[in-house]
Design a protein around this ligand. Structure first.
Ligand code: SAH
Ligand code: F3S
Length: 474
């Protein structure tokens, strides 16, 4: 059962990625933690190193280079990485030539401090410096430690074809923006991933088309805030006049263009932002049957005073207004959210407003977290992390319990209905069953019959568990 974000991360941790390249001589082991963007970035890294003849292995004990793509969003995520490094250290004892590199947000946050804190680390490489990896590896081979944590205003890796790692051959991620300019006061991402920049649309559309031609049937467009995607001849958003911004290629335009590649290609996207999600985007979703009716719209808190402290740029009322627009323009839309409990100075009343917002919206699904202070953020500088740990956790438990009830109710509503499902693979629970998702992102499980991965089937849901519909193809 999908539950809190912490558990979600747990289940995605340590996903090693394998790539066959019989001509290569050296072996890399790549492991990713955290968000979808990190998994997508690892596919860029695999491509950069495959270009240098590296093959990949899923056994770090036989690797020449071990690279770990890290998450810094909460303290717990960083702790997991440090524990994993201890395991790599054990290998280094009998294979001193092993090169250990740390990539991603934790690398960017700690920079060269990482080398002092974790003696076994040889390479520290930030999210905008992956093209430099072959050179960094060479430096280490030459006996030096290597660090590149430069953030870029332009890098989007637009010209690099990601090597699809551990792919089901049906669904794939495509990055459309990098970085984030939102500066939510609790969040470390603007510091670890730098300024927001959009990727040139042709390269996105071409990547989606190529995936479709290779047999993929679903792409998820990725960005920290997809709604602020804007391409205006490569100019930074902040430099644009209102006129230029209006003429630019927006997220709604991008959705239209990708949707037109083929009606057989499904489109998802993540993450939407309440302060930037326009009706144009909602109309684009409604216009195209192949753009899934599912929106992940993080609310964080149901209290306007709290949202103000979080610097989220919207109020409770504005959030409700966006939900109303979704319900009106896309009547059958799946909705999920992110919630933080116990942010600085959160009162009982503010927490109660989060509960009442959840009651009012009834999300299909939510990622829920206890606040974890991140060094360097506005919250760490301006506010005190003063909600006692046990209160944070108690509020989190209350939020999780309520969400489970809502998820179960929403899943049950799908029973007795017919769902168009894209077949993604064999169910984990039974080799006789396939699984896939409906447009609203609910998992649907059904007997395999003569169906194939990558096919669309109509499934009549006959029963359900808390978060999964079970049925048969009709
Ligand atoms: N816009 C991003 C958000 C990335 S962080 C996206 O693409 O989803 C994912 C979620 O982690 C946030 O929405 C927030 O709910 C949570 N989060 C961020 N910083 C946090 C912190 N310091 N403590 C607890 N949760 C946090
Ligand atoms: Fe973080 Fe807010 Fe951006 S949660 S990733 S600063 S939208």
């Amino acid at each position: 059962m999908r539950q809190s974000g912490e558990q979600m991360e747990e289940s995605r941790q340590g996903e090693a990625m394998v790539l066959e390249n019989p001509n290569g001589t050296k072996k890399m082991f790549l492991e990713s933690y955290g968000c979808a963007m990190n998994f997508s970035d690892s596919e860029i890294v695999a491509s950069v190193l495959a270009g240098k003849g590296y093959t990949s292995t899923n056994n770090y004990k036989e690797a020449d280079v071990v690279l770990i793509n890290t998450c810094a969003i909460r303290d717990a995520a960083e702790l997991r990485v440090r524990n994993r490094l201890k395991e790599f250290n054990a290998v280094k004892k009998y294979n001193p030539k092993l090169i250990v590199g740390v990539m991603g947000c934790m690398a960017e946050r700690l920079k060269s401090k990482f080398l002092e804190e974790e003696k076994i680390v040889d390479i520290v490489v930030g999210p905008d410096a992956y093209r430099d990896l072959p050179h960094l590896i060479e430096s280490v081979e030459g006996g030096q430690k290597a660090v590149n944590v430069l953030l870029s205003l332009q890098e989007t890796y637009a010209d690099i074809s990601p090597v699809r790692l551990d792919s089901n051959g049906v669904t794939a991620f495509i990055s459309i923006t990098r970085g984030c300019d939102n500066m939510c006061s609790f969040c470390v991402v603007p510091f670890t991933r730098g300024r927001e920049r959009s990727r040139e649309p042709e390269s996105i559309i071409n990547e989606a088309r190529q995936l479709f031609e290779q047999g993929y049937r679903e792409v998820t467009l990725l960005g920290q805030n997809v709604d602020s995607y804007l391409w205006a001849d490569g100019k930074a958003k902040k430099e644009l006049t209102d006129e230029e911004a209006k003429r630019g290629f927006s997220f709604a335009d991008l959705l239209d263009a990708v949707a037109k590649i083929s009606p057989e290609l499904r489109i998802r996207f993540s993450t939407s932002n309440p302060q930037d999600m326009t009706d144009d985007v909602l109309h684009a979703i409604a216009r195209h049957e192949n753009i899934c009716n599912y929106i992940h719209l993080p609310v964080q808190s149901g209290s306007s005073t709290m949202l103000n402290r979080m610097n989220r740029g919207y109020t409770r009322e504005k959030y409700f207004e966006r939900i109303a627009a979704i319900r009106q323009i896309i009547p059958d839309c799946g909705l999920s959210t992110d919630i933080i409990t116990g942010f600085c100075a959160e009162t009982d009343e503010e927490h109660a407003e989060t509960i009442s917002l959840m009651e009012a919206v009834k999300f299909d699904f939510a990622y829920m977290f206890a606040y974890s202070e991140r060094p360097g953020t506005a919250a760490a500088k301006k506010y005190t992390d003063d909600v006692p740990e046990e209160i944070k956790k108690a509020r989190l438990q209350q939020v999780i319990a309520l969400q489970q009830k809502h998820s179960a109710e929403r899943t049950k509503q799908g029973v007795g209905k017919i769902h168009k499902v894209l077949v993604e693979g064999v169910s984990k629970k039974s080799s006789e069953m396939f699984y896939g998702r409906n447009s609203q992102n609910t998992t649907v499980v059904f007997p395999k019959g003569n169906h194939k991965k990558g096919e669309y089937v109509n499934v009549l849901a006959e029963e359900c568990t808390l978060a999964t519909l079970i049925g048969k193809v009709i």
